[in-house]
Ligand binder design. Structure first.
Ligand SMILES: [Zn+2]
Length: 191
């Protein structure tokens, strides 16, 4: 999505020094459930270095997130500051690569990101780092008591507090008094 996270391999291999990528990028769909990275903005501060056929990416990734407290549903947010250290490898992810991967159980793709074409694409590394660290079910505080019954009444939405007492008084049709009412009504009418 963001070209700023694609580094031409020719540049990496030509230089001896690591290539610095220090910028804020905006990535789409950066969230899990109700928890999202604010505006998809991620602060990237990494260096990429060619090492043989691979590219090693080291640095930090930061992002602010917002979501809902899993108990009280209030908005809750925080910030991630993550270290990344990953390898992009031309040998990973492509089954046709020279038989170095006979021991398939080593999990090629799990250890390294694929390196294809003529660019090193750092975006998957940034994206994974953030998605793995983002809290799945955040709490506004460790001792959040859950919904506040006075602010979020469980029933009768839209009824103001002032009418609360009337509500309690309204259901006078208590069945226990129904018999008395029946006795009283004819008496009132008759006397
Ligand atoms: Zn809460």
């Amino acid at each position: 999505m963001d070209d700023g996270l694609r580094i031409p391999l020719a540049v990496l291999r030509r230089r001896a020094d690591p290539r610095l990528v220090r910028r804020t990028v905006e990535l789409d769909d950066l969230g899990v459930g109700e928890v999202r990275v604010v505006d998809g903005r991620v602060d990237v501060d990494i260096e990429a270095e060619a090492r043989g056929p691979d590219v090693v990416v080291t640095g930090s990734v930061g992002a602010a997130w917002v979501g809902e407290c899993r108990r009280c549903l209030d908005e809750v947010g925080g910030r991630l500051d993550l270290r990344v250290h990953e390898v992009l490898s031309a040998g990973s992810g492509s089954p046709s690569s020279t038989g170095s991967g006979d021991e398939g159980s080593v999990g090629d793709s799990g250890d390294a990101y694929p390196l294809g074409g003529d660019e090193a694409d750092v975006e998957p590394i940034v994206r994974d780092a953030v998605l793995l660290a983002i809290p799945l079910s955040p709490l506004c505080s460790e001792d959040c008591a859950g919904p506040d019954p006075e602010r979020f009444p469980a029933a009768a939405p839209g009824i103001g507090e002032a009418e609360g007492d009337d509500l309690d008084a309204a259901p006078v049709a208590d069945p226990r008094w129904a018999a008395l009412d029946a006795l009283r009504a004819p008496g009132d009418a008759g006397s």
